[in-house]
Design a protein around this ligand. Structure first.
Ligand SMILES: Nc1ncnc2c1ncn2[C@@H]1O[C@H](COP(=O)(O)OP(=O)(O)OP(=O)(O)O)[C@@H](O)[C@H]1O
Ligand SMILES: [Mg+2]
Length: 551
């Protein structure tokens, strides 16, 4: 019979034994973990995973920040990050704030080990941001590395829709968000320095921060709307361009007098479409090959700008060398030769018209895609027709002097005015004068904190009146000059007419004399034949003979 006191003793013993067995097992497991070869452990883990896979109905996809040995961040990871920061960070409870890679704004995204859900066409998926820590390598200088990755989990019955549709949606939307959030750049080709490195790009850049927009651009609303529509359509027409077999690019020619908003419009275009700007300084490009290299290095979603194209190149194919011409006048052989040599060198080392035509419309122009090429000029008539034909410069936009509609935009921008009694006077004056939007803008801008709208408008009216007066004076001077010229021309014509008349009269006189002489001679001849020489003739021939003898 078992004593009742025995039970607790046995229990105690049992627990003690169990405790020590467990401790021994843990100890042994720790030893095994430490000394068991990695391969063996991996083998067990693999099969455990396979077995659980039969019962676990979910699929997981990882997106690692750095795939393989590459130092570059994986594009897929960046796209997922951008997608989640915009879509799911609202639902995440643990967020982290970081400075955007290229921007100055704080970007919120889910923190590590945070899990968020997303819904796609009624299918629920889970995203988790996790990290794995790789141990520092032996004898390595590098500390242990953290490798972050996103893990997407979804039910296996949704495999098709997730792998085919959802992932495509995440990547394309993520890329778009990245483009939207990125800090745009203003590039220029820098001729000054050349690094020996093969990675050296031919463009240098700064952050593009021009605040111009189409709302603040003063021009006729209809024309503005048409341009905006044209640009938007272009940016969405990837498939269309592919369908019609054309490179996805569009050329714009902006022309008009100085200060009418050509450069401002380029900035507005970049801001509207979220494009970078490549401001190409043609005079700094060595030759056509360099021009091509520059083109290749531009990225898509960009505007390539060549400002004042008429000044960059003589687009008839030859360069102007006026200074050399003046030395020609001096008839100095040496300087002439030097000038010739220089001209030759310059022609040989710089971009030609055909190089430029190929740049815009040649085979290489298709690389990259989604690009606008914009030329600006003050003198459109100076340009070679081949350069601005449709296909190269598809849309020609004239930016001209300020109209009343354009003035209203500026008044709204600068003075926050939509209507004012002084507008009527301005409307009449603007219709009668040529004033650039730049001048209007300058007058509308308050010069001190005490300046109010009225003061600015009166300053504009004054400027308009002055411009009108100036124009009237110019017109009068022109007319005077024209009248003078006309008078001179008339005088010249009268003089010529008089001279011509005199000449004709002289000719007539000479002809008459000649005719009389001939008649006389003929008569004389006829007289001799009929009557023999007359007394006078005999006397005259006697005198002639005597004179001959004396001589
Ligand atoms: N249409 C406009 N709308 C708003 N602002 C304008 C407009 N035109 C000119 N301005 C103002 O005038 C200034 C000069 O304009 P901008 O540099 O765009 O002229 P431009 O046509 O490029 O002249 P240029 O031919 O000399 O290069 C800008 O700072 C801008 O503020
Ligand atoms: Mg300009």
């Amino acid at each position: 019979m078992k004593s009742p006191i025995m039970f607790p003793a046995t229990m105690t013993e049992m627990f003690t034994t169990m405790g020590s067995t467990l401790a021994s097992f843990m100890f042994v497991w720790a030893i095994i973990r430490q000394y068991c070869p990695y391969e063996l452990r991996r083998f067990f883990e693999k099969y455990t995973q396979q077995i659980t896979g039969y019962f676990y109905p979910y699929i997981r996809i990882s997106f690692h920040e750095f795939a393989g040995d590459r130092l570059k961040r994986s594009d897929a990871y960046s796209a997922v990050e951008a997608y989640l920061s915009a879509n799911s960070s609202k639902s995440a409870k643990k967020l982290k704030a970081e400075m955007g890679r290229d921007s100055r704004k704080l970007v919120l995204s889910m923190d590590e080990y945070e899990r968020v859900t997303d819904d796609f066409r009624g299918v629920k998926v889970w995203w988790l941001l996790s990290k794995s820590v790789s141990a520092a390598r032996q004898n390595s200088y590098y500390p242990e590395q953290e490798k972050r990755f996103y893990k997407l989990t979804f039910h296996k019955k949704h495999r098709d829709i997730i792998t085919e549709k959802y992932l495509e949606h995440v990547v394309s939307e993520g890329k778009e968000i990245r483009v939207r959030n990125r800090q745009r750049k203003l590039y220029t080709n820098s001729p000054g320095y050349k690094w020996p490195s093969y990675k050296q790009t031919m463009w240098s850049h700064i952050v593009f921060e021009h605040p111009a927009s189409f709302e603040t651009l003063a021009m006729d609303p209809e024309k503005k709307e048409e341009i905006i529509e044209d640009l938007r359509t272009f940016s969405k027409s990837k498939d269309y361009y592919a369908k019609i077999g054309k490179a996805w690019k569009r050329g714009y020619l902006l022309y008009g007098p100085p200060g009418t908003g050509k450069s401002t419009m380029i900035a507005a275009m970049a801001n509207l479409l979220n494009y970078d700007i490549y401001d190409l300084e043609l005079t700094a490009v060595k030759d056509n090959t360099e021009l091509r290299k520059l083109l290749i290095e531009t990225t898509s979603k960009s505007i390539i700008v060549i400002e004042d194209i008429d000044c960059s190149l003589d687009l008839t194919g030859q360069r102007k060398k006026k200074s050399e011409k003046s030395s020609d006048d001096e008839n100095d052989k040496m300087s002439k030769e030097i000038a010739k040599k220089e001209a030759k060198e310059e022609n040989g080392s710089k971009v030609t018209l055909s190089g430029l035509l190929n740049f815009i419309d040649g085979l290489w122009s298709a690389c990259g895609g989604e690009r606008l090429i914009v030329f600006t000029t003050n003198y459109v008539e100076k340009l070679d027709p081949a350069l601005i034909r449709r296909g190269r410069m598809d849309k020609h936009i004239e930016l001209s002097y300020c109209t009343f509609e354009a003035f209203k935009v500026l008044a709204k921008n600068y003075l926050s005015l939509e209507m004012h009694p002084m507008f009527d006077t301005i409307q009449t004056l603007i219709g009668e004068t040529k004033i650039t939007p730049a001048d209007v803008a300058e007058n509308l801008m308050p010069k001190s904190s005490l300046d109010d709208a009225e003061k600015c408008l009166s300053s504009l009216i004054q400027a308009l009146e002055e411009a009108k007066e100036e124009a009237a004076k110019e017109e009068a001077a022109k007319k005077e000059k024209a009248a003078e010229k006309e008078k001179e021309a008339k005088e010249e014509a009268a003089k010529k007419e008089k001279e011509a008349k005199e000449e004709a009269a002289e000719k007539e006189e000479a002809a008459k004399e000649e005719a009389a002489k001939k008649e006389n001679a003929a008569r004389k001849k006829a007289g001799i034949k009929e009557n023999g020489p007359t007394k006078e003739d005999a006397f005259q021939s006697q005198v002639d003979k005597e004179t001959e003898n004396v001589l």
